[in-house]
Design a protein around this ligand. Structure first.
Ligand code: GDG
Length: 486
């Protein structure tokens, strides 16, 4: 029986230095939940970096307990501090991340970063080659590791490979700015299956491919199409990632979570809650969102004292100056809005700079009357889907950026906005505030149906079906381990 080998930059468990000691912290999220049972049933392997850039740490020892409990092998690729700086912070986060989110002015195209990216990809590919056989299916995740199939082939190692890009794929006018554009496109053509979040991303890729390799012919229609290139062919597909709907929905129904939801509503004296939840990242449009809330209070005095905006910002890439500056900008904006509009007993903006425990996050989702999900650009945005899953009463409103991948699926029933248009977002908030219960229920019930049907297991199935003509149903059912986010 062939096995599934998952490869991602980070392992589902990460090592973190806390009070001078290395600790194993479990990663979370839908990807781990969905892939863990498949990996367990096939005796699979998850290959990735542990998050520790130090030598002298017994990484394998620390992770072995986790491996035993999870039921599949974790295999670490160790990185030096300079590799982490140049491949991860440099190439991945200072070049591909901003470029693929249409923010090319933030890119730093250092040739040093490119070389480190290639070296690290080679290192990963060596590990993949060593830890897999030609029977296995290798599923590679995300923009850090675009060169896996290329290096495997250049080593003469035959593997069936699939790649999924979690972030958007840009249009040719933006992609062409990448100094190593041809090499990146060429490397991607070495996969058997390339998966994107939306049909638009898949189209953007096909257009870049045809610009750089005019001999490539794209055939077919629908979610998965075929590319003929020379004497080989490969497939391109749109596979919108999702969440474990039932897990979120049932957690929101737990007695303690219902209790906590009530406490949160009570804390704001049952005023309406507008909620934003994001990793603190410049692609998420947090400053623009706070300006929209400010504009809302300015233009619509009827909402003053009646609504609270709660922004949860999860610390992210705190080592990087740009992210520290973003944090300062957000904190100043929050201060300004609160300074302008607070009233005795009412502070309009509540700002939480921390990672909430999973059940606390679910309580916030359940307590919110309006979710304000306004990234400037986003591959998918799982927060939008998690909000719908937790909204068991189906009377919340989802205001969603038209530039989030999720808009492609949810556009009919979410309130779509342009996140750069602060007046437009303010107007949407005002309207959503006054939506009748029937209007809210009609939209939210449809949103929930869609997320329930197209959940994370559906996503894994669609990818495996396109990649190896298998679905999760081909694996015996076992109990899924749900990892809490640390
Ligand atoms: C990338 C792409 C794509 C947030 N705050 C807390 C918390 N979270 C969790 C949410 C959600 C996740 O973080 C964020 O997922 P997103 O999809 O919104 O965004 P990225 O992190 O940028 O993810 C994105 C995704 O990959 C999947 O392909 O959708 O476009 O950029 O799951 O729940 N979790 C906890 N506490 C928090 O305070 N526990």
């Amino acid at each position: 029986m062939s096995r599934l080998v998952v490869v991602s930059n980070r392992l589902p468990a990460a090592l973190k230095l806390e009070d001078g000691q290395w600790k194993v912290r479990q990663g979370g999220g839908g990807l781990v939940t969905a892939l863990a049972p498949v990996l367990r049933n096939r005796g699979g392997v998850w290959i990735g970096w542990s998050g520790a850039a130090e030598s002298g740490v017994d990484v394998d020892g620390l992770l072995s307990d986790f491996s035993a409990e999870a039921g599949y092998d974790l295999c670490t690729v160790s990185l030096t501090r300079s590799e982490v700086n140049d491949y991860y912070f440099g190439f991945s986060n200072e070049i591909i991340w901003p470029l693929f989110h249409d923010l090319q002015s933030r890119c730093r195209f250092h040739p040093r970063y490119w070389r480190a990216y290639l070296d690290v990809n080679f290192k990963f590919a060596e590990t993949v080659a060593r830890r897999s056989t030609s029977e296995d299916y290798i599923w590679i995740h995300d923009y850090h590791l675009m060169h896996q199939a290329f290096f495997l082939k250049s080593m003469g190692v035959k593997r069936r490979t699939g790649f999924f890009l979690h972030i958007p794929f840009p249009t040719p006018d933006i992609f062409m700015k990448l100094p190593w554009r041809w090499k990146v496109i060429q490397a991607l053509t070495e996969y058997d299956l390339l998966g994107f979040q939306t049909v638009q991303d898949r189209r953007n890729f096909a257009r870049c491919l045809q610009r750089l390799m005019p001999e490539a012919k794209v055939r077919g229609r629908g979610a998965v199409v075929t590319v003929n290139l020379g004497n080989r062919s490969f497939r391109l597909g749109a596979f919108p990632i999702s969440i474990d709907f039932n897990q979120f929905s049932s957690m929101a129904k737990r007695k303690d979570v219902i209790g906590r939801t009530f406490e949160l509503k009570e804390a704001v004296r049952h005023r309406k809650i507008i909620l934003g939840v994001d990793r603190l990242d410049y692609t998420k449009g947090i400053p623009e969102r706070i300006r929209s809330v400010q504009t809302m209070f300015k233009r619509y005095p009827d909402l003053r004292g009646k609504v609270n905006f709660v922004q949860v910002a999860v610390p992210s890439r705190e080592e990087v100056d740009e992210y520290r500056e973003l944090r300062q900008e957000i904190e100043q904006l929050v201060g300004r809005v609160n300074g302008e509009y607070s009233l005795p007993g009412w502070v309009p903006v509540h700002y939480l700079y921390r990672n909430l425990p999973h059940d606390e996050l679910v309580a916030y989702y359940s307590a919110a009357d309006i979710a304000l999900v306004t990234p400037l650009r986003d591959g998918m945005n799982l927060v939008a889907k998690e909000y719908c899953a937790c909204n068991n009463t189906a009377d919340g409103v989802l205001i969603l950026s038209e530039f989030a991948g999720a808009a492609a699926q949810l556009q009919r029933n979410a309130y779509l906005v342009n996140p750069y248009d602060v007046e437009g977002v303010a107007k949407a908030l005002h309207r959503a505030f006054y939506w009748s219960r029937e209007e809210r229920r009609a939209s939210m019930a449809k949103l929930r149906d869609q997320v329930r049907r197209n959940n994370i297991f559906w996503w894994v199935d669609s990818f495996l079906l396109a990649g190896i003509a298998k679905t999760l149903g081909d694996f015996p059912e076992i109990e899924t381990v749900h990892f809490e986010r640390s």
